[in-house]
Design a protein around this ligand. Structure first.
Ligand SMILES: NC(=O)c1ccc[n+]([C@@H]2O[C@H](COP(=O)([O-])OP(=O)(O)OC[C@H]3O[C@@H](n4cnc5c(N)ncnc54)[C@H](OP(=O)(O)O)[C@@H]3O)[C@@H](O)[C@H]2O)c1
Length: 247
């Protein structure tokens, strides 16, 4: 019998992250739900278990060294290796202030979660990903982090000129490439995903895509086979093809 694969999804108590965990769980992965609030994490894990999914809540605040270290220590006790890490946790704060008016405190808070968080979690869980021999890391980026699209006047996101959020996701894209280059030698593939505009708490449910649609690309990247790409930025493609997203 093939052993079950193991995944960790951050920010998995709601929104796209919870759905990524659900879809991976339905693919027979054991899913650890990295959640900063223990109660919300336990509730989400219990709900997924009613669908027959092996879901476990893991207390994890991506902005805290101590919390991430403790989460890695808890995970280590399971003796498992980690086949997929989805760095999904993210925030969008600061409203629509023009760049000249944007608060640096808001920007710092955005970077803590959206850019430094994935670095912190990836570094802490790398030993388990290396142990897997076929680790997959997905960085939940955004089309708003695409510099190419921000410069393209025909892009639907051209006018969404958010200094903090957009640049935190551009930074995450470069972080993706940097890890991908280092980790290729360990059989680890690292890619960035754009879920599209999904109706969640992040945007007061303004997004027109469902969480099911938004989760799909991250799930595909988390479950890539040995011939799959690394150091890429992707959104939904055709059934057997990944859609390349411009950087
Ligand atoms: N929705 C979209 O249209 C869209 C588009 C492009 C990219 N994205 C990206 O997709 C990801 C998921 O977004 P979403 O739309 O599903 O948003 P969401 O519903 O607001 O969920 C965000 C998740 O991140 C968690 N989180 C926030 N700060 C955290 C921290 N310090 N430590 C651990 N977890 C933390 C939240 O936990 P709490 O419940 O405790 O706050 C929540 O579980 C984000 O990275 C976002 O930038 C979303």
């Amino acid at each position: 019998m093939t052993p079950r694969k193991i995944a960790l999804v951050t920010g998995a108590n709601k929104g796209i992250g919870r759905e990524i965990a659900r879809q991976l769980g339905l693919k027979e992965y054991t899913v650890w739900l990295g959640c900063r609030d223990a109660e919300r994490g336990d509730k989400a894990a219990a709900e997924l278990r009613t669908e027959g999914i092996d879901a476990r809540a893991l207390r994890l605040d991506v902005t805290s060294d101590a919390s991430v270290k403790e989460a890695a220590a808890t995970f280590a006790k399971s003796g498992d290796s980690l086949d997929a890490l989805v760095n999904n946790a993210g925030v969008a704060i600061g409203g629509y202030a023009a760049p000249s008016e944007a608060s640096i405190d808001d920007m710092r808070a955005l970077y803590e979660v959206n850019a430094f968080g994935p670095v912190r979690v990836t570094q802490a869980f790398l030993p388990f990903l290396k142990k897997s021999g076929q680790g997959r890391i997905v960085m939940m980026s955004s089309s708003l982090g695409s510099i190419a699209q921000q410069l393209d006047m025909s892009s639907p996101t051209y006018g969404v000129n958010l200094l903090g959020y957009n640049s935190s996701k551009s930074a995450l894209n470069m972080i993706t490439v940097a890890f991908a280059k280092e980790l290729a030698a360990h059989g680890i593939k690292v890619n960035a995903a754009n879920p599209g505009y999904v109706g969640t708490d992040l945007n007061d449910h303004q997004g027109y895509r469902t969480v099911g649609e938004g989760a799909e690309i991250a799930v595909r990247l988390a479950t890539l086979g040995p011939m799959g790409p690394t150091a890429g930025f992707f959104h939904d493609g055709h059934a057997d093809d990944l859609g390349k997203h411009p950087w």
